[in-house]
Design a protein around this ligand. Structure first.
Ligand code: GRG
Length: 293
């Protein structure tokens, strides 16, 4: 199966599972579920859950065993986008080609829908009948660390602190490894834990994730400059409006692209120690660096 067909099939099954995990409910607070569904079912590349499923499959798991934890990761990712778009953070009016959640609903509903997606993600992992108790604890610990103060939230705090302040390449790398890379790495390690990878294989997966997570962010910076409208549905990136340093502003376009390609190669080299068929993971890594949106 070619990688485009693989993505197409996985996106369909991830979206069906997300839909079933958060159905519309007739309750006195039904707007919570409507708001969560508005953002969660608004499209998106579904890269993180696909990485979880593809990694679990690499180690011989059936995709159905990985689908709910994969959706939990997508919930955390979507919560981060909802909160990142708020006026108190990046103040973005559009996301995934539609008005941001706080524009379509109220600001309070957007905060609460993000909080709900964050907390519900942990419930989804905790009650997954396919996982052992040890797997659940390992997944929950990893997710809490990589989306929390050792990962994404730490990155967001450093990112906000760096607004209007030029940072050097080392500091920018540190921010992006936390803000963007940590959840991508967790997505891949999730698949390893579900597929019962050895500690050595988990280490290789983490190194692969760290490299392609940073490469993904560098390409995000490149696309902000080369095709902002296609990428975000708006002409100017909030990183530019908020005067944030980016890989392109620090290195220039061509060197930023080269840095992403070098990270791709380094990431692929970490997969060499894994004695399973890693061709799907390699194809996803290529696609993520060579994307145009
Ligand atoms: C608010 C706690 C908190 C964290 C926010 C990840 C993040 C931290 C903010 C997102 C802002 C942003 C544009 C980051 C750059 C890289 C990135 C994560 C892009 C969005 O991910 P994609 O391209 O989005 O996978 P889709 O919509 O395709 O899922």
């Amino acid at each position: 199966m070619d990688i485009d067909t693989y993505f197409h099939n996985q996106v369909k099954s991830i979206e069906a599972t997300l839909e079933s995990l958060i159905p519309e409910k007739q309750t006195p607070y039904s707007q919570l579920f409507q708001a969560a569904r508005y953002s969660l079912l608004a499209g998106g590349k579904r890269l993180r859950p696909i990485l979880t499923i593809a990694t679990a499959e690499t180690f011989g798991s059936h995709c159905q065993l990985a689908i709910q934890p994969a959706c939990a990761i997508e919930m955390i990712h979507t919560y981060s986008l909802i909160h990142d778009d708020l006026p108190c953070m990046d103040n973005d009016d559009f996301r995934r080609g539609k008005p941001s959640l706080h524009k379509a609903f109220t600001e309070a509903e957007a905060v609460l829908a993000g909080d709900y997606l964050l907390t519900y993600a942990f419930e989804v992992v905790a009650r997954d009948a396919h996982l052992t108790a040890i797997q659940k604890v390992d997944l929950i610990t990893l997710l809490a660390k990589n989306s929390g103060s050792e990962g994404m939230i730490a990155g967001q705090v450093m990112d906000i602190a760096a607004e209007n302040t030029p940072v050097d390449l080392e500091a920018l790398k540190h921010i992006h490894n936390h803000k963007t890379g940590a959840l991508i790495t967790a997505s891949i390690e999730f698949g390893g834990i579900i597929g019962r990878a050895s500690q050595q294989e988990l280490n290789a997966l983490r190194n692969f994730g760290n490299d392609i997570g940073l490469a993904f962010q560098i390409i995000d910076d490149v696309l902000d400059v080369t095709s902002p409208t296609q990428k975000r549905g708006q002409a100017t990136s909030s990183d530019i409006t908020n005067k944030k340093s980016t890989y392109v502003s620090l290195m220039g376009l061509n060197q930023a692209r080269d840095a992403a390609h070098n990270l791709l190669n380094s990431g692929l080299s970490h997969l060499e120690s894994i004695k399973h068929d890693t061709s799907t993971l390699k194809a996803i890594a290529h696609r993520l660096v060579h994307r145009n949106h």
